[in-house]
Design a protein around this ligand. Sequence first.
Ligand code: CA2
Length: 147
Amino acid sequence: MRSILILNGPNLNLLGTRQPEVYGTTTLSDIEEMCRTYAQAIGVNVAFDQSNHEGDLVDALHAARGTHHGVVLNAGAYTHTSLALMDAISSIALPVIELHLSNVHAREEFRHNSFIAPVALGLICGFGARGYTLAMDALISHLEATE
Ligand code: CA2
């Protein structure tokens, strides 16, 4: 069975508690539940991880190799700063979809740059919590087309 890791970065554990106008009111555990239900419906395995620490996210990406077939990554603010995450993605040879709840391109200039985009399979942003299931679909279609 195909397996997807959904990996969330810094501050996303606080989702649903502030800035609802930007990020909505859905919590991270609501999103996990949504993805679990969707995974069951489409017959894939899904696992979740979240960390506020850059190195832990690098470790989680390394650990995904050999365990999962692809990753949906919301790296939060590390998207815009982290060469380490870019290198980790390049080194694991797994398809990674970059995901953001908000449309980062409609926001501050400093959110327009992504160190992840050049090494990601693709990017989904601006669809709120629904983006996670859209990303799962995109990943599964990619795997079906390439395996
Ligand atoms: O839109 C996204 O998903 C972001 O990855 C979220 C990051 C931000 O730095 C990126 O530019 C875009 C921020 C995550 C903050 O998460 C919270 C949301 C609501 C309440 C508390 C934290």
